[in-house]
Design a protein. Structure first.
Length: 395
């Protein structure tokens, strides 16, 4: 009997020791897990604080190529790097060398890029030239003087032409085959102020100005050139005329679901995921100095009322919600988004400000700045001066 009791006590003691060891191991593992979580949280907090408040003082050059820039040279992102164009010609630079270079004579070259295609024409003339990364792809001659062109990602070109009593919006494929021809009579439809083509070439947005009874009237019209668009009269999928005498000099299709019309005192956001409908009208009280946008945000620049700051920059998302207002005394010539930051520069100086108003970068360069193009990484840019084209990273 005593032996059984001793054995029972011994078994309980072993069980207790075994459970104590398990608890000790669990406590150690729990402590390690908590420690790891704290390290991860600290790392995330450090990254957040770094991104939010860190100020870059300089930059390093990743790649560099010599550049001979004239006063009328302009640059647009294309392919792996940029296209440079002027009155005398156009060339594609892939970051290491000039891939191709074509001479031409144009008084007012107009350029548009989408995907792997680029279209260029001399405004008020009749010829369009199409290029890809390898060089010339084709050319198109239209019947009336060109006022604007846009390119879709598959190489389709839509062009606005100005006739004597009518205007034409026509689309061509890369081979020059006419896909669409839409005639707008000035007396009936009005004068087209601007248009925007979707990347897939399926939707077109046009702002028109008309005069009736001595009064101005503006409207925004959407055209559907997809297979489903044939069910609409003249392929007009929607028409909006709430603007009355407010001019709408700029329209942009941002994505397959969103389009924006910029007026003198209003910004309209449209949902174009199905049949286009007005999502929001944002009233603008003061005069607009500049408007800039990317696929996520819309920026409106206005003169500031106070003496300290020269400009107020309102940032909206495409749901119509104001994200923030940035105030700056920096006098810039150019402005753009770089991720969740605003990039501003003139011919010598560059400034980068985060959405929370922190100055991330301010630098005075030695050579005249001809272009400062943001890339996907918010710290990486293409810097173009009179003598160099460089890919740089802020440090």
């Amino acid at each position: 009997m005593r032996s059984r009791k001793i054995q029972s006590i011994h078994r309980h003691r072993i069980s207790f020791e075994w459970w104590s060891k398990i608890q000790s191991v669990l406590r150690r593992r729990k402590a390690v897990a908590i420690f790891v979580i704290l390290i991860l949280l600290a790392a995330l907090l450090a990254t957040y604080l770094f991104d939010r408040f860190y100020h870059y003082n300089h930059y390093k050059v990743i790649t560099s190529i010599d550049n001979e820039s004239t006063e009328n040279s302009k640059y647009v992102p294309f392919g792996n790097f940029v296209v440079k164009y002027s009155n005398d010609g156009i060339s594609y630079i892939d970051g290491k060398e000039i891939k191709w270079n074509v001479a031409h004579e144009m008084k007012t070259p107009i350029v548009d890029v989408c995907g792997d295609y680029l279209g260029i024409a001399d405004k008020s003339t009749n010829d369009i030239f199409i290029y890809n990364r390898e060089g010339a792809e084709g050319s198109i001659t239209v019947n009336y003087p060109i006022t604007k062109l846009e390119v879709a990602e598959q190489g389709v070109v839509v062009v606005m032409e100005e006739g004597k009593n009518a205007n034409y919006i026509e689309a061509f494929d890369v081979s020059g085959k006419k896909l669409i021809s839409h005639k707008t009579l000035i007396d009936e439809n009005g004068y087209p102020l601007d248009f925007s083509l979707s990347d897939d070439g399926q939707q077109l947005m046009v702002s028109y100005l008309s005069v009736k009874g001595g009064a101005f009237n503006t409207k925004v019209v959407f055209y559907d050139f997809s297979k489903d668009g044939s069910k609409y009269d003249n392929r007009i999928s929607a028409e909006f005329d709430q603007y009355q005498e407010t001019l709408i000099p700029s329209v942009s299709i941002i994505s397959k679901d969103c389009a924006v019309a910029v007026g003198e005192n209003v910004i309209s956001i449209y949902d174009i995921g199905g049949k286009p409908k007005l999502k929001d009208d944002i009233p603008i009280k003061d005069s607009i100095e500049k408007v800039f946008m990317n696929e996520k945000y819309l920026g409106i620049v206005q003169k500031a009322d106070d003496k300290k700051d020269s400009y107020g920059i309102d940032i909206y998302n495409f749901k119509g919600k104001k994200e923030t207002t940035i105030r700056t005394s920096f006098h810039f010539d150019n402005i753009d988004f770089s991720g969740d930051q605003v990039l501003m520069f003139d011919d010598l100086n560059c400034q980068l400000i985060s959405f929370n108003g922190v100055q991330k970068f301010h630098y005075t360069f030695k050579g005249d700045i001809r272009g400062f193009i943001p890339l996907e990484d918010e710290r990486v840019f293409i810097l173009i001066t009179n003598s160099k084209i460089q890919k740089i990273k802020l440090i």
